[in-house]
Design a protein around this ligand. Structure first.
Ligand SMILES: [Zn+2]
Length: 129
């Protein structure tokens, strides 16, 4: 007699297998996060690739920057770019530190203005993961 197979359990096991097979990637880059969610949920990879290739071609031709005719859209794009930059953690560059390549917890905890007893960290040191 075959064990009763629950679809939800089977599906969860399948998703787990797919995640293991496709790779488990950790990033601290909010730009990578933004692009991942954009391509996963809203915009086909081909559109992103076309845009980046056009930008690379323009740079190869010596054209630096772009002129936009929709000022509101250009300002919103700039606003989003600044918000993404504000989410970027400072990564530890000390190769001797156990946090090398990850948010510099050892430094941000020492420089925080919060009381050590509060357990709070500065905005930049807090990851939403
Ligand atoms: Zn460190």
């Amino acid at each position: 007699m075959a064990a009763e197979l629950n679809y939800s359990d089977w599906f969860q096991a399948k998703i787990k297998d797919i995640r293991i097979e496709s790779g488990n990637i950790k990033t601290y880059s909010p730009l990578v996060e933004f692009l991942y969610f954009l391509m996963r949920d809203y915009l086909a990879v081909g559109h992103i690739e076309k845009i980046i290739e056009e930008m690379e071609w323009q740079r190869a031709q010596g054209q630096l920057g772009s002129n936009f005719t929709n000022g509101w859209l250009a300002q919103y794009a700039s606003n989003v770019a600044h918000r993404i930059a504000d989410l970027t953690p400072t990564l530890c560059e000390d190769e001797g530190c156990e946090h090398h390549g990850t948010p510099h917890i050892c430094q941000t905890l020492n420089t925080t203005k919060d009381s050590p007893k509060s357990g709070k960290r500065t905005q930049r040191s807090t990851s939403k993961k």
